[in-house]
Design a protein around this ligand. Structure first.
Ligand SMILES: Cc1ncc(COP(=O)(O)O)c(C=O)c1O
Length: 382
């Protein structure tokens, strides 16, 4: 199988990720921070070492402000629902994943908050001035995906962050598609909350992720329970990360996440990005001027991550996905990609697009085979 669905989850993982998880499960699989014996202490150390390496990846100075979560959805909900209070206003975009759109929409439907969605350009970019113009005296939160998952277009988050800081709003970045493949520094980009998932760019397993909580905010926990200390107290501890990390963590996944990020740091984020850019650019060049295909969003590879959204004229995206899978042994993702508003704006609702997303283990040969396959399929309709 040629796997080109890395925006959904990266596959395969680096060998050291499999090894770290296997070793952890066989030798250190105790409940961290609970029992006090040596295995539990070693499991706790694995978590703290992971926290430190994630903090390093994102330029986070105090690793205690990095809360480990079960995925980006968990982190985004934790941030949005832990921050917003009745009467608040939030600003977001039409390009967001349902993790953001539904969390905000749910609060809006319960009449707790109001939400403004800012439109993007045809190329797939948000204009920071549009965000600025949407700010009101009630705006508490601005949430933007660093690179939305349908188009992969890298948004001007530093400019948006600067505006948020000037206007005293909290700025949340959904880095689900950029963590591990784009350089991110929470201080340089004025980010107050950074949500990421471990199973995509960070090359870790599913069930891992995190939320950076900046110094300008406090969050109410939406999950309360055991934290491994002060068991007699009925109240949730106030200190981070424990305040937001109740329940037994996914320790084996966290061990894998640490190994994935270790792999990325040893290769270099920019090396991985360049590789994915080269493969994506090859695809763009193959299809861009071919009338049988439509590509969505910018074709400027500097301004996007390794995601292409396209359609093959005469076919529904679901048909292309099925033909590639069954006749060519190639995995891509057809459909709405959990971002229905983006497709409404692009004019691709309700069928969506075919999303192709090369990862760090794909080769030029994989891309050549996909190009040949799509060329063969498209010719059938001529
Ligand atoms: C931009 C974006 N945000 C959030 C998510 C949710 O990630 P997860 O399913 O790992 O929680 C995704 C997943 O595809 C995504 O692409």
């Amino acid at each position: 199988m040629i796997y080109l669905d890395n925006a959904a989850t990266t596959f395969p993982k680096p060998e050291n990720v499999y090894k770290a998880m296997d070793t952890f499960h066989r030798t250190l699989g105790a409940n961290p921070g609970r029992s006090g014996h040596r295995m539990a202490v070693a499991a706790e150390k694995e978590i703290e070492d992971t926290r430190s390496i994630v903090a390093k990846l994102f330029g986070i100075k105090d690793s205690r402000r990095l809360v480990l979560t079960f995925n980006a959805t968990d982190a985004i909900n934790m941030g949005i629902k832990g921050l917003l209070k009745p009467g608040d206003h939030a600003i977001t975009t039409f390009l967001e994943h349902n993790a953001v759109s539904r969390a905000l929409n749910g609060l809006e439907k319960r009449k707790m908050i109001t939400v403004t969605k800012v439109r993007n350009s045809q190329e797939g970019f948000i204009d920071p001035d549009d965000i600025k113009n949407a700010i009101t005296s009630k705006t508490r939160l601005i949430v933007v995906a660093h690179a939305p998952n349908v188009l992969g277009t890298i948004q001007p988050i530093q400019e948006i962050g600067r505006i948020a800081r000037e206007k005293e709003c909290i700025f949340m970045v959904d880095a689900a598609q950029t963590a591990g493949v784009c350089e991110i520094d929470v201080n340089e980009y004025f980010i107050d909350m950074l949500a990421f998932t471990g199973h995509k760019g960070p090359l870790g397993p599913t069930g891992t992720g995190g939320l950076y909580v900046g110094e300008r905010l406090t969050l109410d926990p939406w999950r309360e329970g055991g934290t491994g200390f002060e068991p007699a107290s009925l109240s949730q501890p106030e200190e981070l990360p424990f305040k937001l990390e109740s329940g037994t963590p996914n320790t084996v996944g966290i061990a894998g996440l640490r190994a994935g990020i270790g792999y990325i740091l040893s290769k270099g984020v920019s090396t991985i990005r360049t590789h994915e850019q080269n493969l994506t650019n090859k695809l763009i060049h193959a299809f861009r001027h071919d009338q049988r295909f439509v590509l969505y969003g910018t074709t400027d590879i500097i301004k996007k991550v390794g995601i292409i959204s396209m359609i093959v004229k005469g076919f529904k995206p679901a048909e292309i996905g099925a033909i590639l899978d069954q006749s060519f042994d190639i995995a891509v993702r057809p459909g709405l990609h959990c971002a229905p508003f983006a497709h409404q704006i692009m004019g691709t609702f309700p069928d969506g697009t075919v999303r192709i997303s090369p990862g760090c283990f794909n080769t030029e040969n994989d891309i050549d085979q996909l190009i040949t396959a799509l060329d063969t399929i498209a010719n059938e309709k001529i």
